[in-house]
Design a protein around this ligand. Structure first.
Ligand SMILES: Cc1cc2nc3c(=O)[nH]c(=O)nc-3n(C[C@H](O)[C@H](O)[C@H](O)COP(=O)(O)O)c2cc1C
Length: 186
């Protein structure tokens, strides 16, 4: 079987689908759906979100220097998609989707109650890479819904039901096929 070479593009899948909340002092909070996100360092715990300057959220995130990454469950995929096709310039996404803002502990932006995991982030570096600005941020607090933690206090993927974005499609992470280091065990 031969390989087919195509033009260079952002072919990496699955990537996470998350809801990022942002807010500046005295203004209403906004929500943006983000797939260009990930972990970039362990100590200190560091993540990034890449946002196009045309997005309403871009100015808010830049101005606030903070944001919250909220990990949605597949159960609210429709609301997540909606936050990615509408702008906070035109609508209040919390009001329109019925999602609930909850006060965070370290940043102004709210957590989203319906998302089982919420990651509070403070921006340390901003990189303009061309089409997007990468907001690289230190994780300053993480919240978990009590009922998604297993007996050992670890997040249970069966209960969280996180899902990925694959080339325009949303896809669940259905099955566990191994665990870290299992290939080396006898
Ligand atoms: C699944 C999905 C992933 C997205 N990922 C990104 C992303 O990583 N960066 C970005 O700038 N826009 C991304 N978008 C587009 C924004 O979410 C969209 O333009 C949104 O309407 C912006 O909202 P705002 O104007 O309120 O900031 C994504 C949209 C969807 C549906």
């Amino acid at each position: 079987m031969s390989k087919v070479i195509k033009n260079p593009s952002t072919v990496l899948f699955p990537v996470p689908t998350v809801l990022v909340t942002c807010q500046t002092e005295g203004a209403k909070p906004n929500i943006i759906t983000i797939a260009w996100t990930g972990i970039i360092n362990s100590v200190p715990p560091t993540v990034y979100v890449s946002v196009q300057p045309v997005r309403h959220s871009h100015g808010i995130i830049k101005g606030a220097g903070e944001y919250v990454i909220n990990i949605p469950s597949a159960d609210i995929a429709k609301q997540v998609d909606y936050c990615g096709i509408t702008s906070g310039r035109d609508i209040d996404k919390f009001a329109e989707t019925g999602l609930t803002p909850v006060t965070a502990s370290q940043v102004k932006a709210p957590l989203i109650k319906e998302c089982p995991v919420n990651i509070e982030c403070k921006i340390k570096h901003t990189l303009n890479l061309g089409s997007h600005d990468a907001f690289i941020a230190e994780v300053v607090a993480v919240h978990y819904d009590e009922n998604i933690l297993d007996a050992n206090g670890r997040p249970d993927m069966e209960k969280i039901k996180p899902y990925g974005y694959c080339q325009g499609e949303y896809r669940t992470i259905a099955e566990r096929i191994g665990t870290f280091g299992y290939s080396g065990k006898k």
